[in-house]
Design a protein around this ligand. Structure first.
Ligand code: SF4
Length: 492
C-alpha cells in the first residue's frame, strides 16, 4: 500500500475545510500549484526545526518517519510493531484509518497508557491547530488505540533565553482532549465532504475570496487569480469580501465602474476617484504644512529586524524582534550630495550593542530622522534603550528626532492613481518616481529579508553568507534611497 491519489491526510483535510476546489486540485492537478516561495519555505523549515527540538522533551524515541511522502505504509506498520512492544517514545507515529493517514509528532507510553503530543511552532493555540489535532485523534482512536490524553506542545511566549536553551521551559504543553472531542462530528462531516469532492468529475466551482489567503495562503492562487486585473474590485482596499461579492453580483467588476456614494469611506472615495479620473489627489495645504516642518539636514532611515523562533541571545524571548541591519541616507542641504551609510550584524554573535553604537555615531550630527512608518523603528529603538541602559539617553534623543513620512499618504494628503490602492513604500515609490527601484534588488520585501537573515544562522558556506548579506544591504539601501527621492519629489 502507498499514499494513493485519493488518500486523505491531516493536511489535505485542513485544506478541504479552507476550500474544496483547493483539495480537488491538490489531489488531481498537483502540477498546477504555485511554486513554494522563499518565505513559505522558511516557515516549513522552522516548523521542522522546532519539531526536532521538541523531541528532546522525550529523548531516545524511535523515528517512524516515512522514507518519502508516497510510502507511509511501512511507517504505519513500524508504529504498530513498536506499540505492540509498548515502546515508550515514538516520533512521527503513523496511523491509517479508512484511507486517512495521519502522523503524530510524538507518541509516549507511560504507566500502561498512551499519550499524544503534537508540536506547533506558534505561541498561540489556534482553531486550525485544534481541528488538526481532532483529525489526528479521530484516526488514532478509530485505529483502535485508546489515548489517555492529547497535548499540543507549542512555544512558550514567556520564555527568556539565558546562557543555554532550556527545552523544558521553551515549550509549553496544553491538554486539548476536551476541545478536540467536541470537534469529532465536524471531523466526520469534513471527511464525508472531502471524499465526495474527490469523486467529482472535475474541480468544483469556487469563487475567489478571503478563503484564498486564510487561514493559510492557498497555493493555487496563481491559477484562480490569474485573470483578475489590478483594477478589479478585488483590489479595492477597506471593504469587506462580502461587499466585494455584492458588487460583483451587481455586475460591477472594475473599480472604475463603481458609483461613488455616501456609504463609501473617504479612502475608498479617493482611490476610486483617482482611478476613474486618472489624476493625483492632493490636499495641498495639509501636504505643504507637513512638508514645511521637514528641513535639511535630514537622515532617511530604515531598520530590518528578524524574529528567531528559538531565541539566540541572552535575555531575549521567542520571536522577539532583533535588529540586524539599518540603512541611512544623509543629506545636508537640498543641493548637497546624498551620502549613504549602513550596518549589518555578522552572523553568529549578539551584535545589538554594536548595532546601536554604529547607529548613534552615524546620526550624531543634527537633523530630523525620516522614517516610513515608525512603528518598527521606534519599537526596536525603545527595546534597545531598555536592554542597553548605558545608551538610553542618546537613543531617546534620536527617537525624538524621528518623523513619520507615512503620514501624508496614510492621511491622504497625497494619493497617486498608480498606487493602485496600496500604501506601501514600494507602491508609492513606483508611482511617484515612475520607476521600480526595488526591481534592482534581489531581496524584494521586508518579510523575505527577515526570513533570509534568520536562515543564514544555519548556512555553512562563508562566501554564500557574505553574498546574502550584501543582498540584504542592497534591499535596505533601496528603501531609504526611495524614501529620500519621494521626499525630494514632494518638496518640488
Ligand atoms: S485560490 Fe482560492 S478559490 Fe482557488 S483553490 Fe485556492 S482557495 Fe480555492
Amino acid at each position: 500500500m502507498s499514499k494513493s491519489k485519493n488518500t486523505l491526510s491531516k493536511s489535505t483535510l485542513i485544506r478541504s475545510i479552507q476550500c474544496a476546489k483547493s483539495l480537488y486540485l491538490y489531489k488531481k492537478n498537483y502540477d498546477l500549484r504555485d511554486k513554494t516561495n522563499y518565505t513559505q519555505q522558511q516557515v516549513f523549515d522552522r516548523g521542522h526545526r522546532i519539531g526536532k527540538l521538541a523531541q528532546q522533551l522525550f529523548p531516545d524515541g524511535r523515528d517512524c518517519s516515512p522514507p518519502n511522502p508516497y510510502s507511509y505504509d511501512p511507517s504505519v506498520t513500524a508504529t504498530r510493531l513498536l506499540m505492540e512492544r509498548k515502546f515508550p517514545v515514538i516520533y512521527e507515529a503513523c496511523f491509517k484509518y479508512n484511507g486517512i493517514l495521519v502522523a503524530l509528532d510524538m507518541l509516549t507510553f507511560k504507566d500502561g497508557k498512551w499519550y499524544a503530543h503534537e508540536v506547533k511552532s506558534a505561541m498561540r493555540i489556534s482553531n486550525t491547530y485544534l481541528q488538526d489535532a481532532a483529525i489526528q485523534y479521530y484516526v488514532i482512536t478509530k485505529s483502535g488505540i485508546e489515548l489517555e490524553d492529547f497535548f499540543i506542545v507549542n512555544v512558550n511566549a514567556d520564555y527568556i533565553f539565558d546562557e543555554q536553551l532550556n527545552v523544558q521551559q521553551f515549550f509549553k504543553s496544553t491538554s486539548v482532549l476536551g476541545e478536540i472531542k467536541e470537534r469529532i462530528p465536524f471531523v466526520e462531516t469534513t471527511i464525508e465532504k472531502a471524499i465526495a469532492t474527490l469523486d467529482l468529475p472535475s474541480a468544483p466551482e469556487m469563487p475567489i475570496g478571503v478563503h484564498c489567503t486564510k487561514p493559510y495562503p492557498c497555493d493555487f492562487q496563481g491559477l484562480c487569480w490569474k485573470n483578475i486585473e489590478k483594477d478589479s474590485v478585488w483590489y479595492l482596499p477597506g471593504i469587506s469580501m462580502q461587499e466585494k461579492n455584492m458588487l460583483l453580483e451587481k455586475g460591477i467588476e472594475k473599480i472604475d465602474q463603481i458609483i461613488i456614494t455616501e456609504d463609501l469611506n473617504v479612502r475608498q472615495k479617493v482611490i476610486i476617484q483617482a482611478y476613474q479620473q486618472n489624476e493625483i489627489y492632493t490636499q495641498t495645504e495639509k501636504l505643504d504644512e507637513f512638508l514645511e516642518d521637514i528641513r535639511y539636514p535630514l537622515y532617511f532611515f530604515d531598520v530590518e529586524a528578524f524574529q528567531p523562533a528559538i531565541p539566540l541571545f541572552k535575555n531575549t524571548k521567542p520571536y522577539e524582534r532583533i535588529p540586524f541591519l539599518y540603512s541611512l541616507h544623509y543629506k545636508e542641504s537640498a543641493d548637497s550630495e546624498l551620502i549613504h551609510v549602513d550596518y549589518i550584524s555578522e552572523i553568529g554573535a549578539d551584535a545589538r550593542e554594536l548595532f546601536i553604537q554604529h547607529f548613534l555615531k552615524s546620526t550624531e550630527k543634527a537633523g530630523k530622522i525620516v522614517v516610513f512608518n515608525t512603528l518598527m523603528e521606534k519599537s526596536v529603538l525603545f527595546k534597545l534603550a531598555n536592554d542597553f541602559p548605558n545608551h538610553k539617553n542618546e537613543i531617546f534623543e534620536r527617537i525624538k528626532r524621528i518623523i513619520d513620512f507615512e503620514i501624508p499618504f496614510k492621511e491622504l494628503f497625497y494619493y497617486h492613481p498608480k498606487q493602485q490602492g496600496s500604501f506601501s513604500l514600494k507602491a508609492i515609490g513606483n508611482a511617484i518616481l515612475n520607476e521600480d527601484e526595488f526591481a534592482k534588488s534581489t531581496v524584494k520585501a521586508g518579510e523575505e529579508a527577515m526570513a533570509l537573515y534568520n536562515e543564514l544562522f544555519y548556512f555553512e558556506d562563508k562566501n554564500e553568507i557574505a553574498t546574502k548579506l550584501q543582498q540584504l544591504k542592497k534591499y535596505c539601501q533601496t528603501d531609504t534611497f526611495v524614501l529620500s527621492k519621494i521626499f525630494e519629489k514632494l518638496k518640488q
